[in-house]
Design a protein around this ligand. Sequence first.
Ligand code: FES
Length: 162
Amino acid sequence: MAMLLSEKQITQLKRRVKETPHPREMILDVLHAIQDANGWISEEGVELAAIILGLSPLQVEEVATFYDKLYRRPVGRKVIHICDSICCWSRGSETLMLRLQQLLGIAPGETTADGMFTLLPTCCLGACAEAPAVRIGKTLYGNVAPEQLEAILDSERAEGQL
Ligand code: FES
């Protein structure tokens, strides 16, 4: 289990949990640390988080399954989140989703054979003024037009291979 995070990271997180009035406030921080280090959060990741936080695995699982940016299954190196909430939907997010499926050769929820991209619909990304919005990895793209997607994927792919 210790392989999911380094001993140093575990010690640092445990210290921060101790300094926090309510360990639950630290659940997202701990889960993000595990996801950043491993790409996703396995059962063992939930168990490790529970140990670090001094909570039950169920208490951690409740949070881990609530947020769609926490991945409970293996994903590609970069996850593409296409917003399908009202502003983005009304400004063409369905077309973006279809174009990305064409370009990547995968359906929503799938990962490309090279392990680079996973395609997921998502709720509001908080960029409604720039609808339609797409988040790839940690980068948010606003006012995305279907014809821009190929170049965006190329640059994300190049960065992911560094
Ligand atoms: S509705 Fe898409 S970013 Fe808010």
